[in-house]
Design a protein around this ligand. Sequence first.
Ligand SMILES: [Zn+2]
Length: 505
Amino acid sequence: MKKAIVFLISLIFSMSFGQSLKREKIHQFADEYFVEGMFTLKEFLQLPNIGSNPDNINLNLSWCENALKALDFKIELLTSEGVKHLLAEKTYQKKAPTVLFYLQIDGQPVDSSKWNQKNPFDAVIKECVGGECIGLSWEKLTKDFDPDWKVFARSASDSKGPAIAFLQTLRILKEKNINPGFNIKVIMDFQEELGSPTLPALVRNNRNELSADAILIMDGTRPPNNLPTLTFGARGIATMRLTVYGAYKNLHSGQYGNYAPNPVFSLSRLLGSMKDEEGRVLIPGYYDGIKLMGDQKALINSVPQNEEELLMTLGIAKSEAIGETYQEALQFPSLNVRGLRAAWVENEVRTIIPSEALAEIDMRLVPETPAERQIQLLTNFIESKGFYVLEGEPSEAERRKYPKLIKIESRIGSRPFRTPLDSQLGNWLGLAMTRVFGEGNFIRMQSTGGSQPIAPFISELGIPAISVRIPNPDNNIHAPNENLRLGNFHEGLKMCLGILTQKYE
Ligand SMILES: [Zn+2]
């Protein structure tokens, strides 16, 4: 009898802990809490959130603190190199695994004059037909909303929308008395758009506080087909600035044409020699270590993708020849000229021989191609083309001695990460997504082309990471008229409900 009671109690307990909510319930809860979630998002979006502005950080931080306190989370403020981060924690069952959720709270700066609304922080709902968007009253927002309506505001998609989808889901679970399938930690970053400069030190100095079994990044945009997406990696980034020198000053092109060399030609030849006509990098060793094979190749290409449509969307005739598909291309490091400058153009053009030509380079990196190595390879390559490499401005003696002078400056940004598609974390999330949407109605993507500042967590804590992607692909993030599609926010609630009620094992 006693045994039977213990069994019964443990059965009831295991049912309330990490119970898998049925698909119908998930849809029902998302409907029930959608409008309230949208109004919470509106309130949160009203707080300006430029990461370089301490007042903005404090404003958002205290809002988040209150929101998490109301959900019975234990709050801790972690300061790293003078910048505040918010850590929140809730233990549902002592022995259960812990998942750390990373939320980005800050946004890109705004230029109000370029937005089609007065204040980019005052969220507006709009109905868009054929590129024309008409504002709607918030009173129109009911359970029977049109999923194609969009809410326009800075950070709607990047990433306050996903943050509120997550917080609203915690609220649903609390009110419905459902315990998640694991313990939860939340780390909030208020300087993601600045490259999270203090995150590596934060993780290094707070290993215990941040320790977890896995990390989920609630940030990032979906691919063009707008299906619910899990992304298992991100490329890292390193940037370089190359300055090629000519004469001391800009020179009259009549007086000195045919006599003083123009650095634009020298820089152009150099840049031109870095890639072949098919877009493949010609720097020796640039792709070393990368092998895409059999099963892995098939998994990478399992993302439904119409390449013809993609070429059409981009308005290009032919893609570059790195990898056989778009998804494969993202598994390689890229080499990009992100800006060029020499003298003046358009209305300001003048007949001179420029004294300098400057190219800004960015390299997106994968785990096999570390930033230090790629920077060194590019530097060696430049030297092999007969350039004398400087770290600062050329001296008089250097100008006289070396006909080809170049200054190279480099900066390493976030590191790449990659979680195997068939990892435990991947399989667990796959179960959650399948329960909500059904197999085939969501995407597992090996790597996004962009970068996320998550590597410190992975390298310091030794835990895998996956990013959960809610926002629509046409969301204008970082630009004027950033928006989040209402249907995506609604689906975001369902994604979070599925994940939070999937027992982590
Ligand atoms: Zn961003």
